[in-house]
Every structure is written in C-alpha cells, then in structure tokens.
Design a binder for this molecule. Structure first.
Ligand SMILES: [Zn+2]
Length: 299
C-alpha cells in the first residue's frame, strides 16, 4: 500500500508515492492547470497513474502555500486563487475514493521532518523555512497544528524585537506590514545586508563561504543575520518550548547557523540550560512533498 502526496506550487504539481515506512517509490511532476476543474482533473490523473503503477493507496495528502483550515478549507492559496473557497478535498475524495487531507506547505515540511526526518521521534517540533519567504509549522505528537485561524507557526509576520542601529531601517513586508521577521531573515535580507557593507552582490550560501574564508563584510553580515535569527527563534522557544527546531529553505544550508545561533539565543531564553536542538532538514526541498504524503496518516 502506498501513501500519495502532492505539493502544488505556483506553476507545478509534484507528486510522490511513499511506502508505509517512508521509502519513496515514485515521483511525478506536471504543470498546474490554471482553473479548478483542470487542477482536480490533473490530481485525479496523477493519483490514478501512481496507483496503476505501484498498487493501491491508503490516502492522499496535499501541501499548498497559504491558509488552510483544520478541515482542509482553502481560505487563501498563494498564486492559485482559483482554488480558494473550493471543496478540493471532497471533490478529490469523490473522484478517487480515497481520504484526502490538505495542509499548509510549511506545516507539511514540519510534519515530514518530525515523522522520519531530522526531528524524528521528538514530541514538539518547530519547522522554520528560511528562503524567499520565512514560514513555519508546528508539529505536536506527530500532528501538524492548523490553528484556529489557519496560521499556526507563521512566525515570519511577527515584528522582530531587539534590533540594533546596524540592522538598518525596517522594510515593507509582502503582508502589508513593515519590519516583519521575514523582512529581516529571508534571503534578500542577508544579501542586502552584505551588499551594503561589501558593495557587491552575493547570495546566502556564497556569503557563508566568504565568511568562512575570513571576508570581513561577509562575516559582519552573517553575524548580524545569526543574531536576528537567534532573537526570532528565542521568541518561538519561550512560547512553544520545542524539542527540536528544523530549518529548511535556501539559507538552511549555512552550516554555521547550527553552532552559532544556539549560543546567541541563550540569554534570551528563560530556561537556564535550554535543550532545544537546532538542526538542518533531512529531506531539504523534498520535505514539503513527503509531509503531504504523511498527512494521510491522520485521515
Ligand atoms: Zn509580514
């Protein structure tokens, strides 16, 4: 028996089939049709194809960017507005005869890492995405929390406290506010900070490499980034007290985060000797898709 997971992004649908223990047996990818009936049809075709090739399935899970209610309601779907308010889970269930669960993609990322990834076996897990955007998801006892307002884990739109003058002025955020954690911790924030001190452009992993080689501008920008990340995560730890924080997204490849940030968060956490571990995602960019397949365990 397989579990099917879908990750629907702005332009592509990715599908995966996992065996019961989590081994991946198949992967599919196709363009997202630009209307509701077409999208449902594409999901049905991909599910039928996986079942025909790899045997019967127990469930389908879908990861989507946006605000997804506890019962899979598509309250807001980033870049896929034709899905908003539509009964996708019910329609897909009827078409393929399998239970369907839907969740936010960052919640699926956290679920994947909590199930058989870098936080496997941990009771409380916070999964944080540091990429173009800054998102997050919370998993408790193997279940991703949707939240009363479908925003559980969305730490990226809290304001960041304890800023220093060298952090510069706050930037407007895509959410309509200004100075959100996302605007201080996304890839553009680190690149902008480096460009300001170094007078040239580089992306996150390049800045980390330069810093390791001793480049003064890169070290400065990275040190500020680490301090801001520690401040933001200390707020999460004081609130949620997770066993493990797993980082995903492009900036999670910066190895020094895992040694430096836990030192920097110490004075900001109320516990005397916090045990929370900060670790990189095991499944990287594939985690959201795998987490979608694991969603089926709860339906
Ligand atoms: Zn914001």
């Amino acid at each position: 028996m397989i579990r099917i997971g879908f990750d629907i992004g702005g332009s592509k649908i990715a599908a995966v089939a996992l065996e019961r223990q989590g081994r991946e047996v198949a992967r599919r990818r196709r363009d997202v049709p630009r209307d509701y009936a077409g999208t449902v049809g594409a999901l049905v075709e991909m599910a039928d194809d996986l079942v025909a090739a790899h045997g019967p399935a127990t469930s389908i899970g879908i990861a989507l960017p946006g605000m997804i209610g506890a019962a899979g309601e598509l309250i807001r779907v980033v870049n896929l507005p034709w899905l908003e308010g539509r009964p996708l889970a019910a329609d897909l269930e009827q078409a393929v005869g399998l239970p369907v669960a839907i969740a936010n993609d960052a919640n699926c990322f956290a679920l994947s890492e909590a199930t058989d990834g870098a936080a496997a076996g941990a009771l409380v897990v916070f999964g944080a995405i540091l990429g173009t955007g800054v998102g997050g998801g919370i998993v408790v006892a193997g279940r991703a929390l949707p939240g009363a307002n479908a925003i559980a884990g969305e730490w990226g739109h809290n304001p960041l406290p304890l800023l220093a003058p060298e952090d510069g002025p706050p930037d407007p955020c895509g959410c309509g506010r200004s100075g959100c954690i996302e605007t201080w911790l996304n890839g553009a924030a680190l690149a902008r900070d480096f460009a300001r001190v170094a007078g040239r452009a580089a992306d996150g992993p390049e800045i980390a490499r330069l810093a390791a080689e001793g480049d003064a501008g890169a070290r400065e920008a990275l040190a500020r980034y680490q301090r801001r990340l520690a401040t933001a995560l200390a707020g999460v730890i004081n609130l949620l007290d997770p066993d493990v924080i797993v980082l995903g997204g492009g900036l999670s490849a910066i190895a020094s985060l895992y040694t430096e940030v836990p030192k920097l968060w110490l004075p900001l956490i109320v516990a005397p000797a916090p045990k929370t571990r900060l670790v990189p995602a095991r499944f990287g960019a594939e985690s959201g898709l795998r987490g979608a397949a694991w969603l089926g365990r709860s339906v």
